[in-house]
Write a protein that binds this ligand. Structure first.
Ligand code: MAN
Length: 520
């Protein structure tokens, strides 16, 4: 059955009057659930075309509780279409659009109760009351914004001043940098010049040092050869310039493991596969292996291995047991120890130069110092420039109203934690039981809705949550006569929410207006 909800019995006189005084009129005839702005699309004298243009139906099908349009536009006043929109006028308060599926569902959605027309007693019309409250709240907000706007203007002035000063400081720093770079270049040139001179005069010393080094190396080599020869001669008992294994076996120093005999393994160690050793091989191969053992026996060489004690014992033994039966051999070791002693080099004295060279070295040192200082100055200026640039690039609101708040820190305490918000920097949380401070996020960006970008701040990349993502904080900004934290909550684990009041957000011209009430 086709049920029309067209309020059709409105007499033509009212229609004519309303056509002329449409804004002041208390009722404009239109199907139930249609807003005034859309009423012209529903003409009872014409067929109705769905808003999406897909279907045209006789006007009597509108609000007949059967969904004909895909977009639900033929059933604004019934719940027949899932996607329909029911408009309530809510005279005395704000008009409202609700999904038409909520029409006659037993729940009061509109303050005027028109969405529950099937059972008119279900909902009372509370629009006047609500409207009054809403208007009082709107007035309170308007007054607050008005009062806060005064402080906001001050913030804007200070913010702009701060920015201008920073811009001036930045351009001064750029000039300072140019100057510092010039000085650095001069200092570098001077340094290079003096270092070249220094290099030249020191070359004489380096050449002399090198010569001395070579001389010493030569001397050392000769000493080692002499030492080796002396040792060789002493243990070459038949003086035939060849050491046989028999001659070696009686020398305690070759008894590496100090077990009382020079065994095959030890012979192999010192002689390789040779049966005997001539002088040259002794100097080049045997003596370098033997000398540490001889030194150790003389107590000039401390073994570092775990067999230290054993070695020391062996050492002790060795002193008295060069050859168990031969006291003469004992003397050999003692004498050799004396020779080895002489190998210890005196400590090198620190370099000193003649007066002229020293002067040149000092001048070069001073030039290096000055160049280092000049370089440091440039680096410091560059780092300052970077800081200023970063601050100047920060978005402090359309009129710089937030600029002076940068770095301002505000605290808020709840039962468990002390929260600290340093604006445009970071948010932290400190447990009252003394645990370490936790970072809840660093300044990220403004994140308000398109037309209200400056109503929300995001601080991101805080300390990672246990088994979870990094902590982050959202700061919702409200108009208030002073800048302070109103509340801190953690609606989701490690996601924090701060409500912040500040005069910077009190924009008189931007107060959310009560929606215009075009239909009463
Ligand atoms: C700490 C605090 C809390 C947070 C937990 C997560 O206790 O930072 O805010 O919920 O860690 O483990």
């Amino acid at each position: 059955m086709v049920i029309s909800f067209w309020i059709g019995n409105f007499h033509s006189f009212a229609l004519i009057i309303c056509t002329f005084v449409i804004y002041a009129c208390s009722e404009v005839p239109r199907p139930r659930g249609v807003s005034l702005s859309k009423s012209s699309l529903y003409s009872p004298t014409k067929d109705f075309t769905c808003f999406d243009g897909t279907v045209t139906i006789p006007f009597s099908y509108v609000n007949d509780d059967y969904c004909d349009c895909f977009d639900g536009s033929d059933e604004p006043g019934t719940s027949a279409c899932l996607n329909g929109i029911f408009h309530c006028t809510n005279a005395g308060h704000r008009p409202q659009n609700i999904p038409s599926s909520r029409v006659n569902d037993g729940v009061c959605d509109c303050c005027d109760g028109t969405d529950e027309y099937a059972e008119p007693d279900t909902c009372k019309n509370i629009c006047e009351e609500m409207g009054k409250e809403a208007r009082a709240e709107a007035q309170r907000l308007a007054d607050l914004h008005k009062a806060g706007n005064h402080f906001r203007l001050e913030l804007i002035e200070k913010g702009n001043k701060k920015r201008n000063e920073m811009a001036e400081q930045l351009s001064q720093l750029e000039k300072d940098k140019e100057e510092a770079l010039k000085i650095m270049a001069e200092k570098e040139a001077l340094k290079n010049e003096l270092e070249a001179k220094e290099n030249e005069v020191l070359q004489v010393y380096r050449d002399a040092e090198e010569k001395e080094r070579q001389r010493k190396a030569e001397e050392e080599k000769e000493a080692v050869t002499k030492e080796a020869m002396e040792y060789f001669t002493r243990i070459d008992s038949n003086q035939d310039d060849v050491l046989t294994t028999d001659e070696i076996k009686v020398i305690n120093s070759f008894d590496k493991n100090k077990d009382g005999e020079v065994d095959q393994e030890e012979l192999q160690y010192f002689l390789g596969n040779n049966e005997n050793v001539d002088k040259d091989t002794f100097i080049s191969t045997t003596w370098p292996l033997l000398k540490p053992l001889v030194m150790m026996e003389q107590g000039m060489y401390q073994p570092t291995s775990e067999v230290e004690d054993n070695d020391q014992d062996a050492n002790h033994d060795a002193v008295g047991e060069l050859d168990n039966d031969d006291a003469e051999e004992e003397n050999v070791d003692e004498e050799l120890a004396h020779d080895v002693d002489q190998d210890v080099e005196p400590e090198q004295s620190s370099q000193s130069y003649d007066e002229e060279t020293q002067k040149i070295v000092d001048e070069a040192t001073e030039a290096r110092r000055q160049w280092t200082d000049a370089e440091r100055t440039v680096r410091e200026i560059e780092s300052n420039i970077k800081n200023f640039q970063q601050n100047l690039e920060k978005d402090y609101g359309l009129q710089q109203e937030y600029a002076t708040l940068d770095g301002q820190c505000l605290e808020y305490e709840d039962k468990e934690y002390i929260y600290k918000l340093c604006l445009f920097q970071k948010v932290t949380q400190k447990s009252k039981n003394g645990a370490a401070e936790v970072g809840l996020g660093n300044w990220g960006e403004w994140a308000g809705e398109d037309n209200n970008k400056y109503s929300v701040m995001k601080y991101t990349n805080g300390i990672a949550c246990w088994n979870g993502p990094s902590r982050m904080t959202t700061v919702n900004i409200h108009c208030g006569l002073e800048t302070k934290i109103l509340s801190v909550t953690e609606p989701y684990r490690c996601e924090y929410k701060i409500e912040l009041a500040t005069p910077a957000a009190c924009d008189e011209s931007n107060i959310t207006q009560q929606p215009s009430h075009d239909e009463l």
